[in-house]
Write a protein that binds this ligand. Sequence first.
Ligand code: AHR
Length: 338
Amino acid sequence: MIKRSGKCRPLCAVLAALILLISICCAGCGQKDVPVQEEDLIRVGFSQVGSESDWRMANTASMISALSEENGFELIFDNAKQRQENQLLAIRNFIQQDVDYIVLAPIAESGWDDVLQEAKDAGIPVIIVDRQIAVGDESLYTSWVGSNFLEEGQRAIRWLEGTVQQQGRLNQPLRILHIMGTDGATAQIQRTKALNDAARTHPGWKIVSRLKGEYTEAKAYELVRDFLQTGEEIDVIYSENDNMTFGAIRALEEAGIRCGTDGDVMIISFDAVRDALKLCLEGKISVCVECNPLHGPRVASLIRQLEAGETPAKLTYVDETFFSPGVLSEELISGREY
Ligand code: AHR
């Protein structure tokens, strides 16, 4: 049986095809089917950010389901619990285990050059998923697939501009509370950039405070609760993910503040997970900007392309949309995968 490695994939693919052909012929000659051997599986080490959000859980489920044994993969999954040092350790372990591919969902953009150079020296292709990385040498990774986080932010801003324009207050003061995701993550950097750009072009828009919610409900709840105790008033919350939004809504409601476009505070939220869409349908969240977590089949397809000796696109952005209460229904929400 052939031991797969990252260095002889096209040859392995040809040999594997020949073996498959021979086994089919043998079956035709009255011999029993040959079961898929463990050695035939493509070994993938996946370093996941953590389990900080509903989005992340949906992403993990998608990866595990696509990179299953049934689909020809052996997945070695590592949950970094939101710590980059855990991701560095996981990647070094994958290199030690001589996996065929490393898949990295990076917590932040920087800090990857050394460890990815080690992966490259070991001949292991690296696929980046979800957030991006900033490396000096782009050949340190093979391919990236994920969201256009800047476009997501701009989509939210276009919605806000359209809404305040309809309310006849486009050029009036707007007090915005910004709840930020993990520092240095592409999702944080780009969604923040969209808001900052908008604040520059609308002199009346004031970012009254920036809270570092780390993409978790618990952290955002505490920060928003403490912020509200200062007595500072706000018109809009720009929350960089749904779980932080859930925490913010809890804090607002405890303080007797009404959420919604017709309430006291409009909430802009990113991800569009099912529970957020339900709150949007209720009118508590004014707009949910979609961030699609279903990257498992996309990563599997990139690996298949590499196995076939093809060169996949360096960057692949997924299609996304946004939802406001008017377009939502129970049926639409229950029909979605996450
Ligand atoms: O990188 C994607 C972001 O990470 C999602 O918006 C957030 O929910 C997740 O934790």
